[in-house]
Design a protein around this ligand. Sequence first.
Ligand code: CUA
Length: 311
Amino acid sequence: MSDFPLFPEQASTVAWQVDALYGLLMAISLFFIVLVFGLVIVFSLKYRRKSKDEQPKQIHGSIVLELAWTIIPLFMAIGVFTIGADVYFRIERAPADPLEIYVVGKQWMWKAQHESGKREINTLHIPVGQPVRLTMTSEDVLHDFFIPAFRVKKDVIPGRYTSMWFEASKVGEYHLFCAEYCGTQHSYMIGTVTVLEQTEYLNWLLGGSTSSESMSQAGEKHFSQLGCSSCHLQGSDGRGPSLYGIYDQPRILNNGNEVVADISYLRESILHPQAKIVSGYEPIMPVFAGQINEQTLGQLIAYIKSLKKDE
Ligand code: CUA
């Protein structure tokens, strides 16, 4: 299917699976189109009225026929569902320890920041053969991050994080689109994904005019400038809970519920601290919604992720 001129290149590990599923659906549709229209034509010739007083033979149902046209499509639908679910879970579930890149969409550009601190606009440089996870949000309206050659696409939504992952299988340059109408310049909200060999990617990360400040280092600065560090101490004697080692771990709230401290929880707890209060602490943290931008927020979260328990 990759040579079929209407399809973009297959440049990620899941691309051929998406195409295979699509091909199967096309084949099933074509089969039934041919079957239905073929029978319409054959029957209308075969059973046409041949003389004026000809009476058709009456038929009163056929159990075998009805069972056949119920059971066969049932198994076809279950088969398509099974393959579709399999491909869906492959696309949704990121492997452990992917390369993390933060993406912010805004009218009308894509801004990306790598964990090392490197930033780019309307381009995305990634290494080949390594799983990459994008954590995405929008500064204004709904956008949608779409890389046709990778067969992945995800809405980018203001006020929350969405994520998607992929593993590029081929070095090269690929189109990047916004696939959600987001205003007059929507069609210009495009860019290039550049897939590099591992070493070239590392060279690229180090090259150019870098401030050589990683996302977590920038986050650490904000953490003290915004005053977070005066309450969130390393030990348990701060006015706020310690943030060391909390990332992706369960947290017990003062209402007895348990939540996992993923990026969405961290985001909410920074912007709207009163939403979920950790058990044993007072709701005294100021609201940061409207005070910090998406970039600062991403850096703060990168910093909190970097805080390991044993440090
Ligand atoms: Cu952003 Cu369309």
